[in-house]
Design a protein around this ligand. Structure first.
Ligand SMILES: [Zn+2]
Ligand SMILES: [Zn+2]
Length: 261
């Protein structure tokens, strides 16, 4: 099983990283994509991926981090220098936090990141919140077809649009929360070849750890909840989500040859 979206560089995880990875193994979670959010942690995140055979990474500027002082040329160079960078992300629009990041700041950043994905020919990890519209899909399509909407929490209707546009959809521990019935409908609906699973750790710990620090091993709880909805085995879900992961992030196949556990 793969945690397709975690942030291994945040202190809560990084300070005990060896043990977090060991624990994840014991849960059947063997590979990880640690996702970038800002300029400050970018090199540390790449370094983590270079340290562990079964970790790959992405670089990107989160919409609320528009003022973090990134350099787009440097980001481009990093993707050429490090094989372990398999995607651009997380990038997108977050209209829940417009007080932190006004819309007029978010949009140009997003377009710059989409252009970076196009220039580097890398897939995109999208953080899109309260911003779904036909214009959003049109905008993304101008740059790429290879993208995943991470931490999807929106309506079944918007999940259908994502799938119809040919994109991937990824679910976090929120799918286990009692009040999120519609999300479990989404978990049932997403076609086998479009679904990814993630923790978004250290945030969003699933039940039975809700409210505590999340960690990559907990993606198993996300998977088990989705299995209940889809009436399939953990092995099956693990197989299809692994396949989807390697199809969307082809550079991450680098992990397969070195990971015989
Ligand atoms: Zn996000
Ligand atoms: Zn994230």
């Amino acid at each position: 099983m793969i945690d397709s979206h975690c942030h291994l560089f945040y202190d809560d995880i990084f300070n005990d990283l060896d043990n977090k990875i060991k624990f994840a193994y014991s849960m059947g979670v063997t590979n990880f994509l640690t996702v970038g959010t800002d300029n400050k942690h970018m090199l540390q995140n790449i370094d983590i991926a270079n340290t562990y055979d079964n970790v790959v990474c992405s670089i990107g500027i989160h919409p609320t981090e528009y003022a973090c002082g990134y350099n787009i040329k440097e980001m481009f160079e990093l993707t050429k220098k490090y094989n372990k960078i398999v995607a651009i992300g997380e990038v997108g629009l977050d209209y829940h936090y417009t007080d932190l990041a006004p819309k007029e700041k978010q949009l140009p950043l997003f377009e710059e990141m989409l252009q970076l994905a196009k220039d580097t020919d890398l897939p995109i990890i999208l953080h899109c919140r309260e911003c779904f519209s036909d214009d959003l899909f049109k905008l993304i399509k101008q740059y790429t077809d290879n993208a995943v909407f991470h931490c999807f929490t929106d309506s079944l209707e918007n999940a259908k649009k994502i799938i119809n546009e040919g994109f991937y959809l990824s679910l976090t521990g929120i799918v286990t929360f009692k009040n999120c019935q519609e999300l479990r409908e989404v978990a049932k609906y997403v076609p086998e070849d479009r679904l990814l699973i993630e923790t978004d750790s250290p945030y969003l710990a699933p039940i039975p750890h809700r409210g505590k620090t999340n960690e990559p091993g907990f993606v198993r709880y996300v998977a088990e909840c989705i299995c209940e909805q889809r009436k399939c085995t953990l092995q099956h879900l693990s197989n299809i989500t692994d396949e989807n992961f390697y199809r969307l992030f082809p550079k991450s196949k680098i992990m397969l040859s070195k990971n015989n556990i």
